[in-house]
Design a protein around this ligand. Structure first.
Ligand code: NAD
Ligand code: UDP
Length: 343
């Protein structure tokens, strides 16, 4: 019988729609896409995924806020691939899992080109869901505590729908992430895509951009440079800070578990910005000045996660306290700034 050179055409049954996922070979070899993998959280996630020698990791990033430097230890590794790509454009790769992180996270960067931020959240997530649908991959979205906006419920659990200004300067990010969550659930309901949604609360650690304007990176860089710590008014606003290794652990548990989420991943230890400044001063530079400065619009007044769901469904809880995490970040910042600690 003629086969047109394709032995599958007539002599064998058609291939399973996702043969690699089901084959024994592939259970032991997971190909994982990390969008935004050159960024802060993404690069730590890649480090953890690469430690498992059964994983192959593909990173796509447009380097808007990320850097190849964050991945330098993996460039050239046979199980690692780095692609310059903007997620607002379609992507054709064959993968089993997608960690979709691509999106600037710092307010100064996501406000810098607000239209691009919302495109990244909406078109980027749509493209990654299209990819997940085509190849049958499981996809995890890194959503944010910002979906709760300026919360009227405190602390925030996942059932709270939020208090978000739809036309404010932060909306490109927080409304963008809300639409991204909607897209995830619509693809799940309509197309049966396996989804996971993490609502990430403020995360800190080594490799944060030194000048990205986020509060922990600002205070640490300022303390090291002996510049005033800029507490934006009123200073009584609160945040809850999660160390990056805890965050990565939570994301992987969520991906590997069976619950779609959304699930809060964050450290419930809650601090005012004045308390944070005082802690940084005490730990890093006792002689530094704390200066009160103006704030930006729509700054949430309080934020603290309820993590019961993460605890019960994923067996996850953060391990690193703020006082233990800050010195680890200081070490990294001192190295990058080239300023050693005076003894
Ligand atoms: P980051 O800015 O360090 O990393 C984001 C990465 O995405 C960067 O490498 C950037 O270059 C890349 N990127 C941005 N737009 C892209 C595009 N259009 N195409 C391809 N790549 C693009 O930020 P992060 O702190 O590592 O945050 C990672 C994810 O976690 C983001 O989705 C963010 O919204 C979410 N998140 C972070 C925090 C936090 O405190 N860090 C809090 C809540 C949610
Ligand atoms: N903030 C501050 N000083 C700074 C930068 C930020 O007091 O130099 C405050 C900011 O007003 C906000 C909090 O720190 O209340 C957290 O800001 P960040 O940009 O880190 O993250 P957000 O949670 O707002 O996305």
């Amino acid at each position: 019988m003629a086969t047109n050179g394709n032995s599958y055409a007539t002599t064998k049954p058609p291939p399973n729609p996702s043969p690699l996922r089901n084959a024994k070979f592939y259970q032991a070899n997971m190909r994982i896409l990390v969008t935004g993998g050159a960024g802060f959280i993404g690069s730590h996630l890649v480090d953890r995924l690469m430690q498992n020698e059964k994983n192959e990791v593909i990173v796509v990033d447009n380097y808007f806020t990320g850097s190849k430097d964050n991945l330098r230890q993996w460039i050239g590794h046979p199980r690692f691939e780095l692609i310059r790509h903007d997620v607002t454009q379609p992507l054709l790769v064959e993968v089993d899992q997608i960690y979709h992180l691509a999106c600037p996270a710092s307010p100064i960067f996501y406000k810098y080109n607000a239209v691009k931020t919302i495109k990244t959240n909406v078109m980027g997530t749509l493209n990654m869901l299209g990819l997940a649908k085509r190849v049958g991959a499981r996809i995890l979205l890194t959503s944010t505590s910002e979906v709760y906006g300026d919360p009227l419920v405190h602390p925030q659990d996942e059932s709270y729908w939020g208090n978000v200004n739809p036309i404010g300067v932060r909306s490109c990010y927080d409304e963008g992430k809300r639409v991204a969550e909607t897209l995830m659930f619509d693809y799940h309901r309509q197309h049966g895509i396996e989804i996971r949604i993490a609502r990430i609360f403020n995360t800190y650690g080594p490799r944060m951009n030194i000048d990205d304007g986020r509060v922990v990176s600002n205070f640490i860089a300022q303390a090291i440079r002996n510049e005033p710590l800029t507490v934006q008014s009123p200073g009584t606003q609160t945040r809850s800070f999660c160390y990056v290794s805890d965050m990565v652990d939570g994301l992987i548990r969520l991906m590997e578990g069976s619950n779609t989420g959304p699930i809060n991943i964050g450290n419930p230890g809650e601090f005012t910005m004045i308390e944070l400044a005082e802690t940084v001063k005490e730990l890093i530079n006792p002689s530094v000045e704390i200066r009160h400065v103006d704030n930006t619009p729509d700054d949430p007044r309080q934020r603290k996660p309820v993590i019961t769901k993460a605890n019960e469904l994923l067996g996850w809880e953060p391990k690193i306290k703020l006082r233990d995490g800050l010195p680890l970040m200081e070490e990294d910042f001192r190295q990058r700034l080239g300023i050693t600690k005076k003894t």
